[in-house]
Design a binder for this molecule. Structure first.
Ligand code: NDP
Length: 347
């Protein structure tokens, strides 16, 4: 049995989903109520691989919301993630993906030092961040998206926003080792970490975001921002491929200008319909098949009987592990999402 620990992107999104799921008491309350709310197992999932294998899983809503971080309610955020992890462990789930901000909170607040949750000691072997598969899918979106949208990768400048993060650094490693790109731009805020990454890669130009964007043919967004930033489409090259892997999204609103292509980054499409409800609350054209690559990682580990934390810690993701999870991804019928996002006005 696999598990998915997820959260919604903001309070109004959470209230709408709660109403649709029939949790009326959650729908009518403000952030204070969500701060107190316990995690809920809200969906049972059945997925069939293209090999014919069938597995089952559960979705647990942690009731964490990014506003909790924006308002400095760090202890609440930590409690949300620990309680959700304790719930999946209590339910006997073998391998669970920590979606979106769940793994970021786990790392940033050193939750590995707080593994005793009431009567349960969390076994971190049963959890995976899902970041190896996410990074692999983002790199496939760069390579296959370039072909689809008429960008010659060998001549392309690729900017990674959030380059020093767990996913961002893995994307940089892959683009350096396995993809033939012209130039890599490294964007984040902490200068020391950027220097270390540049030394490790032995390539890449460090630039602030406002200088990197006008130089880039492709931008991979993987920054842990709790709300999206506004982009002036006139400042971008054409064509330009923007792959937004942030959750919540790194770019605010829609960007409508000819030659600007947006992909929902770190998203996969499965070859067969999945029996579940929860993804219908996210803004994707085909919720029966399209969802987050990090969630797909726990499914892949369940299909293969690999019940251990395949992706864990920070900045340890190797290109070899990306290739390994990538071949399992293909074997079980997943592909990177390449259709334009509903935010690009191209549909
Ligand atoms: P990390 O915390 O490991 O890294 C975050 C990166 O973002 C760091 O490089 C950080 O560097 C940078 N950053 C944060 N704020 C800014 C800013 N304002 N401007 C520029 N850079 C910034 O996060 P992860 O790699 O785990 O996750 C990254 C994103 O991917 C998150 O939004 C997460 O929710 C999403 N995600 C998506 C998944 C999917 O399946 N599609 C799966 C898992 C995560 P610095 O602090 O120095 O700026």
């Amino acid at each position: 049995m696999f598990g998915l620990i997820g959260h919604l992107t903001n309070l109004s999104h959470a209230q709408r989903v709660a109403r649709d799921l029939g949790y009326d008491e959650y729908a009518s309350h403000d952030l204070e109520f969500w701060c107190m709310a316990p995690p809920q197992a809200v969906d049972e999932i059945t997925i069939t691989s293209v090999t014919g294998q069938v597995i089952h899983g559960q979705y647990v809503e942690s009731c964490f919301l990014p506003e909790m971080l924006a308002q400095g309610r760090f202890k609440t955020a930590m409690r949300k993630i620990l309680n959700a992890m304790a719930l999946v462990q209590k339910r006997g789930i073998d391998i669970t993906a920590l979606g979106g901000f769940s793994s970021i909170i786990f790392e940033n607040f050193s939750l590995d030092k707080l593994l005793n949750v009431r009567d349960i000691t969390l076994d971190i072997q049963r959890f995976t961040t899902g970041n190896t598969h996410t990074a692999y899918i983002l790199c496939q979106q760069v390579e296959q998206g370039a072909v689809r949208y008429g960008i010659d990768l060998a001549k392309a400048t690729v900017a990674v926003v959030g380059a020093t993060g767990d996913i961002g650094s893995a994307v940089c490693r892959w683009l350096t080792d396995r993809a033939d790109i012209h130039e890599l731009l490294l964007v984040a805020r902490d200068a020391e970490r950027l220097d270390r990454l540049q030394q490790e890669l032995d390539t890449g130009r460090i630039l602030p975001v406002e200088e990197a964007l006008p130089k880039a043919d492709i931008v991979v967004w993987v920054a842990s921002m709790n709300q999206g930033m506004a982009i002036d489409p006139a400042s971008l090259r054409t064509p330009c491929l923007l792959i937004d892997g942030g959750y919540p999204k790194n770019m605010a609103g829609t960007l409508q200008r000819p030659g600007i292509h947006i992909l929902d980054g770190g998203m996969v499409e499965h070859s067969l319909d999945i029996d579940w409800q929860i993804m219908s609350f996210l803004n994707v054209p085909n919720p029966a098949r399209q969802f987050f690559a990090c969630f797909a990682e726990s499914m892949l580990l369940e299909f293969e009987g690999l019940h251990f934390n395949f992706s864990w810690g920070r900045n340890h993701i190797t290109v070899e592990k990306m290739a390994q999870i990538g071949s399992l991804s293909k074997k079980h019928g997943f592909r990177p999402l390449l259709e334009p996002s509903q935010r690009s006005g191209e549909l």
